[in-house]
Design a protein around this ligand. Structure first.
Ligand SMILES: [Zn+2]
Length: 132
């Protein structure tokens, strides 16, 4: 793999991957995650908005089945989190999941999603971790 891969990666793609980005309506200030180009309510254009990544668990479930290639990660916790800014997001909870409960505060982290054994690529994605 060429050593300059990260430098040549489009800036926007990189920003989206390592920051927790949504969009905000220019008119009513409603925030969307995942980001959408137009506001759901007033149909005005939205702009990129960096989100705090903090939220509260609304509900959660323990998963014992996994898609092909993810078998070694079961069981895992999936939670619906209400973000500080309003949107609700589903995501995996990592860390000490024995302490998980409804109403617990969480924050987003970027963790390894899976490794592509053939290419050696490691894919990262957003997950939730319980606050201390
Ligand atoms: Zn709006």
């Amino acid at each position: 793999m060429p050593h300059n891969t990260s430098v040549s990666m489009p800036w926007r793609a990189k920003k989206g991957r390592y920051n927790f980005m949504g969009t905000e309506c220019a008119e009513c200030r409603k925030i969307f995650y995942p980001g959408r180009p137009y506001c759901q309510d007033c149909h005005k254009k939205t702009a990129d908005k960096k989100l705090s990544g903090r939220g509260v668990i609304l509900t959660y479930t323990e998963n014992h089945t996994a898609p092909v290639g993810f078998e070694k990660y079961v069981p895992y916790m999936i939670a619906i989190v209400e973000l500080e800014e309003g949107p609700m997001v589903a995501g995996q909870v990592v860390g000490d999941t024995s302490k998980i409960s409804i109403g617990k505060k969480v924050h987003t982290v970027f963790r390894k999603l899976f490794e592509d054994g053939d290419s050696g690529l490691i894919h990262y994605g957003m997950k939730f971790e319980l606050d201390e």
